[in-house]
Design a protein around this ligand. Structure first.
Ligand SMILES: *Cc1c(COP(=O)(O)O)cnc(C)c1O
Length: 401
């Protein structure tokens, strides 16, 4: 396709694993004059906003908001329960596990790492062994990532709770749901999660800038035992504010809150179970297409077992330099942006150009996913990348049910 025939005009489509596509309802809710932050609509909307956030997290317990990205939510959560010198167990399944561990290291924690590599989920039996070996209960927390966005591995969080309970180990179960919340099934209370962190720009469909920490009464008890927690990260006033400004440790993220209100309205109108179901069907359509492509060429899903794959993001292997060429082609010619590979190879290494990811989190529906897959088909065809035929048929068969 020559330059003159580029087909990228029209609405662009950002199919990366966050930030995700923003609904028009979220954008228009934010397009407004600056609100009064002392009284009226904005402060008045907080109680229901917090309740609706808890409903998405499936918890009856506490919620705190930070003006921060996911990294800020990590630090916020850790700063409330981890003191310098504390040990934390880190079962890692990709780049984001290491990132969370690194944040804990920065706060002075000692990390017990169990590295499950880049393609496999947490093996709960190995976590059990580590917990049983810690007879004096020095490990203060298990840091897990529900969906590691770099590998698209989804981990068994209820299994980790069972491992802690079976070992009679009091460590907190802390879970990063930044990629997975409102995409993959997650049950904070039913699964016995003590601390959950998430952020606004993925399944919640709001621009980056809000971090959320949800915490149980057990986590609050651990917080109470801390000698010192930085004022700004302290979740106490944020979760139980006496005045509106305490929700945010200062000025409210005014427009993000309107965007979040609109997003929660959409999620609750659809119903969280239906949101999960939609993500499940759309993910299976993507996998069906990838299976077919892979039968006649180099494309391969990073996670072999579908039961360990996320419904929010799919990490793919295409071999260098195909992945980078494909991403460039669909962006330039179709207005479709795919995610780079993350944590699979070093950016300076040629192999880096062999990996890419699809984000399918939040505001995505059947025609978008068919468009995403059709765009990839067109790109592989334009670039002569070998592939099996019938991928779109296979995806259509999943979507048509
Ligand atoms: C996106 C993401 C993060 C980091 O979030 P930032 O907003 O980029 O700081 C952390 N963990 C997971 C699982 C993520 O998907």
């Amino acid at each position: 396709m020559g330059k003159g025939s580029r087909l990228s005009q029209g609405r662009s489509y950002l199919a990366i694993p966050g930030p995700s596509v923003m609904p028009d309802a979220v954008l228009s809710a934010m397009h407004r004059a600056a609100p009064n932050i002392y009284a009226g609509e904005l402060p008045d909307m907080m109680p229901r906003l917090m309740d609706d956030l808890r409903a998405v997290a499936r918890t009856q317990h506490n919620a705190a908001i930070y003006i921060a990205n996911g990294h800020g939510a990590w630090e916020a959560a850790l700063a409330n329960v981890i003191a310098p010198g504390d040990r934390v167990l880190l079962p890692a399944t990709g780049r984001f596990g290491f990132g969370w561990g690194d944040m804990a290291t920065g706060l002075g924690a000692q990390i017990d790492l169990i590295d499950f590599g880049k393609r496999a989920p947490i093996d709960v039996a190995q976590v059990s062994e580590a917990l049983l070996a810690d007879k004096s209960h020095e490990i203060k927390a298990v840091l897990a990532v529900h969906v590691d966005t770099s590998t698209s591995v989804r981990n068994d969080i209820a299994g980790l709770r069972a491992a802690l309970d079976d070992a009679g180990h009091p460590a907190l179960l802390m879970v990063d749901c930044i990629a997975s919340l409102a995409c993959d099934v997650f049950e904070m209370d039913a699964w016995g999660v003590d601390v959950m962190v998430t952020a606004s720009q993925k399944g919640l469909m709001v621009p980056p800038g809000l971090g959320f920490v949800f915490f149980s009464e057990r986590a609050q008890a651990a917080r109470s035992r801390m000698t010192r927690v930085s004022r700004y990260w302290d979740w106490g006033p944020r979760a139980d504010p006496q005045i509106f400004a305490q929700h945010f440790g200062g000025t409210a993220p005014t427009h993000h809150l309107y965007g979040l209100r609109a997003s929660l309205d959409m999620i609750h109108a659809e119903g969280i179970e239906n949101v999960w179901h939609r993500h499940g069907v759309l993910a299976r359509a993507i996998w069906a297409a990838c299976d077919v492509w892979g039968q006649g060429g180099p494309l391969e899903m990073n996670v072999a077992d579908p039961s360990h794959r996320s419904h929010a993001v799919t990490a793919l292997r295409l071999g260098a330099p195909h992945a980078t060429r494909l991403r460039d082609w669909v962006e330039q010619n179709l207005g479709l942006t795919l995610g780079i590979g993350l944590g699979m190879a070093e950016p300076g290494d040629d192999a880096w150009h062999g990996f890419f990811r699809l984000g399918h989190m939040g505001h995505v529906n059947g025609h978008m996913i068919m468009g995403l897959l059709g765009g990839i088909e067109a790109g592989m065809r334009a670039l002569d990348i070998p592939r099996g035929t019938g991928a779109l048929e296979a995806a259509a068969a999943v979507i048509s049910g």
